[in-house]
Unconditional design. Sequence first.
Length: 264
Amino acid sequence: MNILDKIVIDKRKEVNLKKELIPIKAYEQLPYFGMKTRSLSEELRASQTGIIAEFKRKSPSKSIINDTALVEDVAIGYENAGVCGMSILTDEIYFGGSMDDLMIARENCELPLLRKEFIIDEYQIIEAKAIGADAILLIAAILTKAEIKQFSELAKSLNLDVLLEVHNEDELHKSIMPSLDMLGVNNRNLKTFEVSLDISKQLSALIPNDFVKVSESGISSVDAIKELQPYDYKGFLIGENFMKTDNPGASANQFIKDLAGLNT
């Protein structure tokens, strides 16, 4: 059993408990549920840098990354830096996040917000819309093809963008469908935690151009992005590189300046 299997077991328990406590109708009555969303995929298509900056306190592979940064400060810093969107971990057990983090970010910035969560139930997609998310993450490794279709179509009906994450060719082939906006390639091997940009390079040719290509994990330098841009990647999800510093917003700002300088 790898870490993803453990997370899914705990997530099913968590979602089942929530469903008993909070009915979907309660979420549908929250103010954000009826608000217009911002398209992360459109932001990425129009951008020269394509940075999706993450708010993440800890992870199973790195333990504590940053447990002192305030999400409101980071959201404002990322927006001022000019990122395309902000990814927010809402899993508490393994990543130290919460739905409150996303709501606080929504109150403090106008960026497209990606709810980064282990989605295994439609309930979580309703939740995402209700707390102010603009996009959701679906992980091919934990979903069947039928679930990917069901969940992505529900998300689209709520005007949420969908980022589908794959780790290998098999996951990619079962996942390609018109209800997705972005296809993300995770460069991290879930069994060994090793990271290699070669995964993104190998899968890029198999991803149709209808989808925005996003590379995830292991992107810690401007050089890594320059290495991937020839493979038609328009989005780059940066998880730990900014958060491990004292000022994630300032780090993102300098990173984007360096990247823009190389692009000119």
